[in-house]
Design a protein around this ligand. Structure first.
Ligand SMILES: Nc1nc2c(ncn2[C@@H]2O[C@H](COP(=O)(O)OP(=O)(O)OP(=O)(O)O)[C@@H](O)[C@H]2O)c(=O)[nH]1
Ligand SMILES: [Mg+2]
Length: 156
């Protein structure tokens, strides 16, 4: 009986959870985008002043509920020395938002390069999960394949 009721409860109220990476060069506007999304979609969220946002060292995590989906955004630091950490998150994410400051023409080539050398296979779309992957001490996803779909090569 308990199993039946808990299954029904989960079916009715549990949200499918998706992890979305927010990538892009430093100063591109990733954290600002995340804060704006949280303010727009989370009714009770009192957004922080955008002028207080400082460069991200590590990552910021933000959750936004949209209908039956829960989007967990991982906003990673974009500084050059932090870009080498990006690929640690690919296997655990369902999607990527790549932010470009279109007014910063001088850095467009750099932005393309940071996005471009993905000579790596990207994961296929993954099925949603009921709980977020475990993040280790440095905020990097830890262990286990979580039953994800195998990787497949995608050319950009
Ligand atoms: N005018 C304008 N300024 C923006 C916009 N988005 C972000 N900014 C400004 O750009 C600067 C950098 O924004 P962040 O959100 O910190 O950039 P980031 O990509 O998170 O940078 P890192 O954390 O260093 O990787 C801040 O001064 C923001 O106020 C935008 O849409 N328009
Ligand atoms: Mg940031």
């Amino acid at each position: 009986m308990y199993t039946l009721l808990s299954g029904l409860y989960k079916y009715m109220f549990q949200k499918d959870e998706y992890c979305i990476l927010i990538l892009g060069l430093d100063n591109a506007g990733k954290t600002t985008f995340l804060e704006q999304s949280k303010t727009r979609f989370n009714k009770n969220y009192k957004g922080m002043s955008l002028s207080k946002i400082t460069t991200t060292v590590g990552l910021n995590i933000g959750t936004v509920d949209v209908g039956k989906a829960r989007l967990m955004f991982w906003d990673l630091g974009g500084q050059e020395e932090l870009q080498s950490l990006w690929d640690k998150y690919y296997a655990e994410c369902h999607g990527v938002i790549y932010v470009i400051d279109s007014t910063d023409e001088e850095r467009l080539a750099e932005s393309k390069q940071a996005f471009g050398p993905w000579d790596l296979p990207l994961p296929l779309p993954r099925r949603p999960q009921s709980s977020a992957p475990h993040l280790g001490a440095q905020g990097v996803p830890q262990g286990g394949d979580g039953g994800w779909t195998p990787w497949s090569r995608v050319d950009i």
